[in-house]
Write a protein that binds this ligand. Sequence first.
Ligand code: A2P
Length: 316
Amino acid sequence: MKTLRFNNGDELDAIGLGTWKSEPDKVQEAVISALKTGYKHIDCLAVYGNEAEIGHALQEAFQKNIIARKNLWITSKLWNNAHKAEDVIPALKQTLTDLQLDYLDLYLIHWPVAFRPDLKGSPEKDEDFLSLEEAPIIETWEAMLEAKSQGLVKHLGVANFSVKKLKDLIAKTDDPPEMNQVELHPFLHQDELLKFCHSNNIHLTAYSPLGSGDRSSEMKADDEPSLLDNEVIKSLAQQHEVTPAQILIAFHLHRHTAVIPKSTNSKRIKENLDSANVVLTEEDMAQLKSLDRHYRYVKGKFFKTSNGMYSNIYDE
Ligand code: A2P
């Protein structure tokens, strides 16, 4: 398995199990199945409400000696309603309680967007948001650094950050993010972001690598292109005698990023990990480059305010 190496020598398995959209009643079995299959990297998030079930799975895995805590990498993310400095450590501690862990390997600011601390669901009106003046990213970041200094987390990062937002944060701190988790796949190469991150010692993790076909209908466009049904990807799969999903996962291994395909199906969980054996050639990558159309499945349009404060979330 390819790994990403951090400054302190820690290594992250490039293929991890994604758990966004994994229903609470299925995720426990999925995590156990993944750990038995050989996954050592699980990507979690507080907002989806399935971390307690993942915690049960991790406890079971430790008790049954399926994997030891020190060999496992657990990532989670700070939700938008906990950006105020005083809310960061309590949110992280809640995640640790739910996951039944003493520390996380990686904690990310989920979005460069802040909600009011008491907002439980989705924002519906302007007052549900905090402006960047009310909740500056640097203050959230400094609270994340404090969590790290308390030993609650080993590595820190962000998600859904553009080059512009990364530059802004890097300029304000001596301890910059080590990871940026963003949507990446052959329809969305984001080469400029990849180059910037890699030349600034920031790793990338690709979310929605298979096109996240299980998103809710409100999150889907009618004319969405399909990665898994794409002819170029299907033909590469045929040539390598693997599945289209495996080509889509191997694409990220070639680009030296991590990738977190989500599945709750044990056969597909194994299939996705087995992508580690698929080696794409430069010619294959050139064919995949021809598919780049800067298409986002996760459009980030759900952060609507009348003044457009968060309308251009990706700065493009
Ligand atoms: P399932 O959980 O039933 O396996 P993404 O990782 O881009 O968010 O995509 C997740 C979606 O892709 C889910 O609907 C998941 O379904 C499906 N999926 C996961 N692995 C595979 C695979 N190997 N082949 C086809 N579909 C897959």
